[in-house]
Ligand binder design. Sequence first.
Ligand code: APR
Length: 232
Amino acid sequence: MAAIRNIVILTGAGISAESGIDTFRGAGGLWENHRVEDVATPEAFKRDPDLVLRFYDMRRAAIQTREPNAAHHALARLDREWRGNLLIVTQNVDDLHERGGAERVLHMHGEHLNAWCTACDARPRWTGPLIDRPPCPVCGAPALRPDIVWFGEMPYRMEEIYDALRAADLFVSIGTSGAVYPAAGFVRNARDLDAATLELNLERSQGSSWFDESRLGPATELVPAWVDELLS
Ligand code: APR
């Protein structure tokens, strides 16, 4: 493999699974007993805002009781020690990468610990519930929603992501099913520009065949081993 300098890492729900946060497409295809489309769309929010707010209030409370695992810590070590460019693009809306110590993290699907004011566009840090329609701390309007990119909405900071992919020598995907675009297409963007591609996942994903190499197993084993290998 040619010398590696620029790395893009895509993470998904699988990296947080061993911290006790449910993945989206686990057994039965249900998301904590709700179909994804019943809670994660703007239409669902319009139809039944209480259901959607309660659901995200529950998730927001839950993630604050979870801890980063060995995979988050290993990526944080890589972030600290890697002298080239590195970007951890996460589809996850938890803050376990940051609490594990990583800094170069981009949340393309938003963050549980932010609210978004649909009246003034502020994105205040938010750790409590939204169900009681608290006023926006900036404009006072009772117009806060979860700062989560729902199905049908545009993921955040796509230009930055594509710029990083264009410059990448290595693209690594960790714990994601490859079911949701545009993230599922990043491997092909990277390949088209001759980056090496590696997948670390519990099982074969929908995108496995696009990668140069797929390693199968739990993230808490595969990610520390891969980081050791890269830094050694
Ligand atoms: N270690 C590694 N991989 C794991 C582990 C583990 N311990 N446990 C589960 N996985 C794998 C699963 O095999 C699966 O391929 O992680 C993947 C999780 O897939 P999804 O549940 O589909 O999660 P993700 O790919 O992050 O979903 C993408 O879908 O609903 C939307 O916006 C939401 O960001 C989310 C997006």
